[in-house]
Design a protein around this ligand. Structure first.
Ligand code: SF4
Ligand code: SF4
Ligand code: SF4
Length: 350
């Protein structure tokens, strides 16, 4: 693979994500709402965690690299209806045009009816989470894009050389003129962030808004993020907030680093309030989102043990809580200033 001169990175603060899906719709509107075969594609999606995600159970579908560094291609391909859900049509014509349009909104229904055991959609399990209300119920939102990995399994998997990583910024793209639709890239990507276009018979994915990056502008999912939870910049720019969050304050972790692809997206893990000892009873010292759960998701690198991941997450929580306390006491904090993120120029530094 070519030497990467600069590498784009994105940081997400999961403490701030509203689950509003503005990012998803910004991406959808811009890139995937025109062409046939792209309806089910969400290059940016936001999952409720714990939950099965999109595509369904993507964390268990396989891909990535084995212990010898060989890309794993034994993974089953996600199937559009079973893994993503059937695209719905609505009976607007029957409801709004028949009988002079006097029908009520209650009669507008999706077709096919989304109540079968195989029914699914991108936000099927939104806000369900885990635990028992009110004692320890919990969930958080997990926005996902292609991670534009430094060791991309999709690139390693493609026998056509159609998937490539750009030297100038590390963005991973699929050359549509070279793609023959074999879908080895989809098997190889352990994040299942490549989508098969059944109409065009080609694989497609997040392009990191490269036409905007080339102009020094932020990705749509960054600039439109209502919660201001995202930062974008180059890994090599030591003055950028992306660099400060990941390398200086060290509060960003990779999603499933054990897959071995070295993602260039980083997540600040979510703090959570304490549980109740019993319904209506006293609060405990236990966080609602178990650190063990978070450590199964997030870590620094593929080599880290689970215990080391747990320790890192506790370390990050300590850093954030210490800095929050400083600000509360009237002092300033570079970290909290970055996390508050007043203006777009704080979040887009390209
Ligand atoms: S997330 Fe998947 S598709 Fe994106 S670069 Fe990594 S391996 Fe490739
Ligand atoms: S970077 Fe651009 S293409 Fe990728 S998910 Fe965000 S808006 Fe979509
Ligand atoms: S727009 Fe921002 S806050 Fe809203 S769901 Fe997306 S990442 Fe979360």
């Amino acid at each position: 693979m070519a030497t990467i001169q600069k590498q784009v990175r994105m940081v997400f603060d999961l403490n701030k994500c509203l689950g509003c899906h503005t990012c998803t719709m910004a991406c959808k509107t811009m890139w995937t709402d025109r062409n046939e075969g792209q309806m089910y594609m969400y290059w940016n999606n936001v999952e409720t965690h714990p939950g099965e995600g999109y595509p369904r159970k993507w964390e268990t579908l396989g891909g990535g690299f084995d212990a010898n560094g060989n890309v794993i291609l034994s993974a089953p391909l996600p199937e559009i209806v079973a893994s993503y859900g059937a695209a719905w049509e609505y009976n607007f014509d029957a409801v709004l045009k028949a009988g002079g349009g006097s029908a009520t909104a209650g009669q507008v229904i999706p077709i096919p009816s989304p109540d079968g055991s195989n029914a699914y959609a991108s936000n099927w399990q939104e806000d369900i989470g885990a635990g028992t209300s009110p004692s320890d119920a919990h969930y958080f939102y997990l926005p996902r894009i292609c991670n534009h990995c430094s060791n991309p399994a999709c690139v390693a998997a493609c026998p056509r050389g159609a998937v490539y990583k750009r030297e100038e910024d590390g963005i991973v793209l699929i050359d549509q003129s070279r793609c023959r639709g074999y879908r080895y890239c989809l098997k190889g990507c352990p994040y299942k962030k490549i989508y098969w276009n059944p109409e065009e018979k080609k694989s497609q994915k997040c392009i990191f808004c490269y036409p905007r990056i080339e102009q020094g502008q932020g990705n749509f999912c960054v600039t439109q993020c209502a919660g201001r939870i995202r930062w974008v910049g180059y890994a090599q720019n030591t003055a950028s907030n992306v660099y400060k969050l990941v390398e200086v304050w060290r509060v960003g972790l990779r999603l499933h680093p054990e897959f071995g692809t070295e993602p260039n997206t980083f997540y600040i893990p979510p703090l959570s309030p304490p549980t109740f000892a019993s319904p209506g009873g006293p609060v405990t010292n236990t966080r609602r989102i178990p650190t063990d759960t978070l450590a199964k998701l997030f870590g620094d690198n593929a080599q880290q043990t689970h215990a080391e991941r747990v320790a890192r997450i506790e370390e990050i929580f300590d850093i954030i809580e210490t800095e929050r306390a400083k600000v509360k006491a009237g002092s300033s904090s570079e970290l909290i200033d970055i996390l508050v993120s007043v203006s777009e120029t704080d979040r887009v530094q390209l």
